[in-house]
Design a protein around this ligand. Sequence first.
Ligand code: DGL
Length: 256
Amino acid sequence: MVCVYDSGVGGVSTLMALRRLVPTVDVCYLGDTARVPYGPRDAATVCRYATEALDYLAALRPEAILVACGTVSTVALPHLRGRYPLPVYGVAEAGIRAAAALGARRLAVLGTEATVRSGIFARRLSECLPSAEVRSVACPLFVALAEAGLTAPDDPLPRLVAERTLAPLFDLEPEAILLACTHFPWLSPHVRRLFPTAHLIDCGAAAAAALAPTLGERGRGECRFLVTDGSEAFRRLYGRLTGDAAPPLVETVALS
Ligand code: DGL
């Protein structure tokens, strides 16, 4: 069994990518919905939340944990390596490698405030692609829109938010756009509409692709959903975003 963890519903995009690659893997998904969003919070707070969530998941004895959260991957994971006797993967390195492999000359990184403030994506990309121009933009309203289920391609609200938020990228004309937050793939049609020729890189999907071949254990493709608040609301939101007419049952758990 593999655990997948995010602050909310963002990591479901990563979970879906993993299940497409390894449909027989059993997964336990945790969304820390009582405390989403993580992006505007201080690094120390994100580290505390992540430690509580990972301690909880490690006690379930999974084969591996995939932190399907760009914020935790950049802000907390570097401090938590070695705390757990099992592999704990983030989404940052896989996303950076996928972006570097494209060899783009103009790159945009879309993340939460905490991810952009950490500077990790921009720094690592500049190391991998020294002559590339890299510009980072914080998109906190994308997280709010995904958590509200307001992502439909024909909805004028996310369209307007995308236009305003991504305006600082218009003159860059990015060749590649790294979605460094797992909530953002839910809004990718709105990003694509503004930058139709850019490659969109989903760092959660890239991490799922890196994890899939390492998984030894196979199960029956079961998926257990845990949240820290609002299990019914999460179930409805899951159904709305994934189009699943019979969304799974969701349990509420306390992390500490
Ligand atoms: N999905 C998360 C990320 O990848 C967290 C977004 C948030 O909670 O602000 O960064």
